[in-house]
Design a protein around this ligand. Sequence first.
Ligand code: BEZ
Length: 213
Amino acid sequence: MAAIRLGDVAPNFTAESTEGTINFHDWLGDSWGILFSHPADYTPVCTTELGTVAKYKAEFDKRNVKVVALSVDGIDSHHGWINDINETQGTTVNFPIIADEDRKVSELYDMIHPNADSKLTVRSVFVIGADKKVKLTITYPASTGRNFDELLRVIDSLQLTAYHKVATPANWENGDDCVVVPAVATEDIPGIFPKGFKEVKPYLRMTPQPNLD
Ligand code: BEZ
C-alpha cells in the first residue's frame, strides 16, 4: 500500500454505507469531498464529531462539499449509533457512514496506524477536490476531536487557490487579505485582481480576498 499524497487521485472504492452502496468517485460527482474516519461507534468523542458535522451541512453545501464518514463497525451498529448521535447532539445525521468491516477502505487510505491501535481507524481526514485529487490530509489521534471550523477554513483556502489564483497567509480567516500565488507575474496582477494589490516584497504580493463583494 503506497502512501496517499497531496495531488494524487483519491483511490476509488465501492463500499456499503448507511445510505446504501457507494462508488466513491460516482458519489462525489462534480463535488469536492471529505472522507473522514473515526475509531469506533458508540464512543464519546466520535459522537460529538459526527453531530457537529451534521450541524455544519449548510456550510459544506455552500462550498459544494460532500461528506462521508467511516469506521470498521457494521451497518447495524452505525444505524443504532446514529439514533444516539441525533438524540444527544440535537441533530439529524445527514451524511453517509461507511461500514468498513473488511477494512478495505481503511487499508486503501492507510487509516489504521498499528502503533496507535492495531484494529481501529485513527481520525483521518482527506479533502478531495472536484478534480478527484487529494488536496489535504490530516491525522488526529483517537483522543482529540477534530476542529471542523478549521476544516471549513482550509476548504475556503483551497477553493480560493483553485478558482482565484491566491494563497492564504498564516492564520488567515475568511475576509482577510490573500497572497497572490508566485505563478502570477507582478505586471499581470492589475488585470487579474482589480481590487488592487500591495507589493511588500517582489515575492510577497497581497490582495483583498477576490471572491468577496
Ligand atoms: C472517542 O471517540 O471518544 C474515543 C474513541 C477511541 C479512543 C478514545 C476516544
